[in-house]
Design a protein around this ligand. Structure first.
Ligand SMILES: C[S@@+](CC[C@H](N)C(=O)[O-])C[C@H]1O[C@@H](n2cnc3c(N)ncnc32)[C@H](O)[C@@H]1O
Length: 316
């Protein structure tokens, strides 16, 4: 989700970039158009090591751009360095609906599938992650997440995973009357730190296959906005089982219920079935600018997009 702001330093004819050192040769000038210069790689490196934190806010009442007054809950907002609006807990209705629809699509009106393998891209506040864990506990399975930011990935690996183990332990002892077995949990958690595109490629090469993939990363460059989760669909579909389900965060500025053309072209190229619904009841706090744009309506609903029948497997 979100937008991106990239600061560029102007320096004469240097196409907007400072020169970079290449060690022995001293300062090496690398123009942006050079094959050596890769703005995405640079941004990935930057985002990976950036500080992050949570802004907490109290509940309140506000009025949207259409004049409707509504209450919003106390919440949390994830910031990563200069991006103050990476994820906000007001998106919870989207989280619940997306995870629910992804599991429903997987079962496809049949019996509830057991031992489900799920991949998420972008841990964020861990909202989707916690929702997935709730779905996985009774079924068993694996939860894998690829998170670029090292501090966030570390939080997922320690605090969040420990919390999930405590929930698991309580559930196992109360529901089954058996002891919690930390070496043989009902749901295995696998936190991978790194870039979603790079790590998905590695998973594909290793032959990993998932039942569900939910992608909710962040546009690292301006041109990635609205399609940041779809840039590597050709590889991503290789990581899906033939009956696998893919969902992503499809909101984009100017959203009116559907996908934009770039999104539609990409998902329709790689999936036979694409369903779209809209989840209402998004109640953003007034200072969440992403959902309170200056030149657009307050965002009170979000798209839930579920893609099934990956084309690569269908053709194989
Ligand atoms: C919108 S948040 C995800 C919200 C999350 N689904 C939740 O439920 O809270 C985006 C997350 O993706 C991570 N991210 C951004 N770009 C990434 C990339 N290229 N690869 C992996 N993670 C990335 C960010 O660090 C951030 O944690």
């Amino acid at each position: 989700m979100g937008g991106t702001r990239i600061e560029r330093q102007q320096s004469g004819s240097n196409s907007g970039r400072d020169s970079r050192s290449n060690g022995e040769a001293g300062k090496l000038f690398v123009p942006e158009k050079s094959t050596l210069y890769d703005p995405r790689k640079e941004r990935v490196l930057y985002w990976e090591n950036a500080p992050e934190g949570i802004h907490r806010y109290p509940a309140g009442e506000t009025t949207d751009s259409q004049g409707n007054t509504y209450d919003y809950s106390a919440g949390q907002r994830l910031w990563i360095d200069d991006e103050k609006e990476v994820m906000d807990s007001c998106q919870k209705p989207w989280v619940i609906e997306t995870v629910d629809r992804a599991f429903t699509a997987l079962d496809d009106k049949g019996p509830s599938k057991q031992n489900v393998e799920v991949l998420e891209r972008g841990f964020g506040l861990g909202q989707v992650a916690s929702e997935i864990m709730d779905k996985l506990r009774p079924r068993g399975g694996t939860y894998t997440v690829i998170e670029l930011n090292k501090k966030n990935a570390n939080y997922a690996q320690t605090t969040w995973t420990n919390k999930q183990n405590v929930i698991d332990k309580a559930r196992v002892t109360s529901a089954r009357g058996v002891r919690y077995d930390k070496d043989n949990p009902n749901v295995y958690i696998n936190i991978i730190q790194g870039d979603a595109i790079e790590k998905t490629k590695e998973l594909a090469l290793a032959g990993s296959k998932f039942d569900i993939i939910i992608s909710d990363t962040f546009p690292l460059l301006e041109e990635e906005k609205s399609i940041n989760d779809l840039l590597d669909l050709a590889i991503l579909v290789e990581c899906l089982k033939p009956n696998g389900v893919f969902a992503f965060f499809g909101y984009h500025f100017g959203f009116q219920g559907g996908m934009n053309e770039r999104q539609r072209n990409l998902v329709e190229a790689y999936f036979e079935d694409v369903s779209r619904t809209v989840v209402k009841g998004i109640n953003p706090p007034p200072d969440y600018k992403y959902f309170n744009p200056e030149n657009g309506p307050t965002v009170r609903e979000l798209p839930v997009i579920i893609c099934t029948k990956p084309r690569i497997q269908a053709a194989a």
